[in-house]
Design a binder for this molecule. Structure first.
Ligand code: NI
Length: 185
């Protein structure tokens, strides 16, 4: 296990699309995922994408703590255990109309100490592989959908400030009123 160095906004590794993983069962990938979890929990954060640790591959790790699970969805009340997504693909399930979108405050381990309101779809379809090469396919909503969308954006070279439509909510957490919706991803 090893703590990995996290790239911060401005580093070119965060601005480029990551490459597909050809062998999800590669033991080196399992080691990378383990190190990414250790780095994520140490930070602490709820998600981490491989480009954030200078590896340009389509790998994401995340979890949803019980306290952050979506209370509108009984099934998600217990949170989501630490999960690895390889070559994830997202599908929009709703529309991009107001009722299918939601604003939530996001943070990112690549912009430490900062956060901002980002508008994203409430519900998404996720398809990915796990470390055994098994297909993960499910519908996500609430905080779970939010975390996965944020992490998958990293694989496209997108950081959350690039998704913000109003930068007036962007800033240093230490200078803002305490928020209940912030998270470090
Ligand atoms: Ni992030």
């Amino acid at each position: 296990m090893a703590l990995l160095k996290i790239a911060r906004m401005g580093h070119p590794i965060l601005m480029n699309p990551a490459e597909l993983v050809s062998d999800p069962c590669d033991p080196a990938l399992a080691q990378l995922a383990e190190d990414m979890f250790e780095t994520m929990f140490d930070a602490p954060g709820v998600g981490l994408a491989a480009p954030q640790v200078h590896i340009p591959r389509r790998v994401v790790v995340y979890y949803v703590p019980e306290s952050r699970s979506n209370d509108e969805n009984e099934a998600d009340l217990s949170g989501v255990p630490p999960t690895v997504l390889i070559n994830p693909e997202l599908e929009l399930l709703g529309d991009t109309t107001e009722e299918d979108m939601i604003y939530m405050r996001e943070g990112c381990l690549s912009l430490p100490g900062m956060s901002g309101l980002v508008r994203r779809p409430k519900r998404i379809g996720l398809k990915a592989l796990d470390l055994k090469g098994k297909i993960i396919e499910r519908e996500l909503d609430g905080y779970h959908a939010r975390v996965v969308q944020h992490e998958c954006d990293h694989l496209e070279g997108i950081l959350y400030p690039m998704r913000m439509d109003d930068l007036s909510s962007f800033g240093y957490d230490s200078e803002m009123q305490p928020q209940s919706e912030d998270s470090e991803e």
